[in-house]
Write a protein that binds this ligand. Sequence first.
Ligand code: ADP
Ligand code: MG
Length: 240
Amino acid sequence: MTPTVQTRDLSRLFPTGGELFAAIDKVTFVLNPGEFTAIMGPSGSGKSTFMNVIGCLDRATSGTYLLEGTNVANLNSNQIADLRRAKLGFIFQQYNLLPRTSALENAELPMVYAGVSAGERRKRARRALIDVGLDERHHRSMPSELSGGQQQRVAIARALVNAPSLILADEPTGALDSKTSHDLMELFLHLNRERGMTILMVTHELDIALYAQRIVSFLDGRIVKDEPVPRAGVATAGTR
Ligand SMILES: Nc1ncnc2c1ncn2[C@@H]1O[C@H](COP(=O)(O)OP(=O)(O)O)[C@@H](O)[C@H]1O
Ligand SMILES: [Mg+2]
């Protein structure tokens, strides 16, 4: 089985005041297909930098990164853009939806770039929005007319429409209240268990991380803990 993500001694250095600072420091990490893994760690520990490299939004300074067996260091920027479109779905804390653009059109966007026909786009976007639990009466709403939880559902639909191999979610519940956060994690669980989605999610909240099957802890750019979650997804039930 080819891992979805495989890094070896991956580092990302930034120049700071004449010196090089390792935001990620020789990280070796494997994520297999079907896994739902959470990344935790204090602010500044390198979580977003790691996600950006895994998401091919940034390049490592040294070490290797294979995305489904492809060494991204060997690709040019067009090939990386294609790879990102074909294989990755992104979910961010701030949703990053286009304003003054309907839920349907937002969900269609990745398919526009992928060259899918208009009719097929509409059909797939509608299905994705229903899949993530956005009622049809909201499909033509603008982001400003939707709650935070609904906007994040649109962003998840947008991440799913091209059937990615990997969902990358950086603090997906960071801007949401506790009840809405848990509802969204139920959706993540569903996508992972019923749809087989592979998910890598950053969170600083333990009760959110406990939905995952595995928690990887970052500190100072390094992985300092990597543990399975006993009874993932139900571990939080008693605390709700
Ligand atoms: N573009 C950059 N230039 C310089 N330093 C950066 C840059 N991006 C991140 N860093 C630094 O790398 C460290 C890790 O940042 P980040 O990955 O955003 O942490 P986290 O997401 O865990 O809060 C921080 O000290 C941050 O200041
Ligand atoms: Mg961050």
